[in-house]
Design a protein around this ligand. Sequence first.
Ligand SMILES: [Zn+2]
Length: 420
Amino acid sequence: METEWPFRLVRCKVTFPQRPARAHDLGVFLRLAELMADFGAQDVVLLQTLNSLWMFLPTEEVLGLRDALKPLLDAGFIVDAQVVEAPLCDLNSNVLYTRPDLVQHIVLYPDMPETIALTHDTPRICELCQVRPSLRVPERDKESGVEEFLCDVCAGFREKSRREGRFNKLGGPWEKENLTVAWVRVDLDYDRLSSVLRELFRRYVKANTDLPDDKISEYVEQLRDAALMVDFTRDYNELAGRFVDALRRAFGDASIEEIAGERPELLVVALKQAGQAFTIADTFVGEFSSLFPLCEDDSPISLSISISNAKYPFFEHWRFLDARERANAVRVQAVGRAELELSVPRFKALRGLGLEEMKASTKLHKAAAVGARTGSRLLEQVDLLDGIKEYPNLFAATSQGFSVADLLAYHKIAGIGGVS
Ligand SMILES: [Zn+2]
């Protein structure tokens, strides 16, 4: 049987149990980025991004799944894996979608004690990960005198970012000045990519052959997309690199923290002036459209931006940044105030309407003020619609199908920046 089923395709999503509390706790991402770069250099690795990994593992080798992922598990990460075993000739990335009956779902955790005895040497459970015993001596914050009991892994992440001199802006002056910051995440959704590649292939065959539709569908079903996914991932990495380079030119290094070290998929940008959140989105959309013009309508790549003051807990941002559910490629939230999710063409259309123009902006501002005063989204919307025909940009926006909620969210996000 072994000769008949010689390979395993493994698709992993890497997560972590920590809830980073301080800027230096984000060292967890520095470590993740390093480990993923090491994996990327291995022959068995097909694709990798900041937190996804696809591998082909020969099954007859002694090396098991746990051994293959050992560096991640040893560093305290959790790996959510989908595994398919099949003969190599049948094994392609699309087997995950075409043969769900063959897919095994396995979650691998780091080695952890089943129970944690609280003793003199391990007085608490770690406050950040809640899964390991703490070190004997707590970490003490020099300024506040606050003590935190951390395990060796979590203390290690903190120590790593301190040693490398990372996140000193975010954890230092930005927090002290209560500056408004944007958490920025670029991500590639492989489930969506698989269907997008099929659709692009279908369109290509239709445009270049006279084949009937049922024949085309047959070819689409047979498409083996592993090589295409590898190429796409390479272009995605190119996009992320170009995006951060363009942000550096627009904002300057002093306004950017690269949270995941060499992998430019997670950043924090200081928003020192109003309007800068959309500068970030415009920068992304510009680079995206030049590299992926065919994916504008249905994009497997997304940009998520979550805005708040610098002290707001990271974990609350991450919940938004790591949870794209709808097809919209451009997602922006100002925590507790506004949320806007649009496709790339719709985002461009909205940006092109000139809503910053004085008359439109005043009208939007007034409606938002009604909302703030009454606490009612409904009254806010009613106020905006009242007499909207006298405001050509706003009327154009509603006739293009933008909702009143979208317009108000746009206005609120455009106004954010500076010290809050
Ligand atoms: Zn811990």
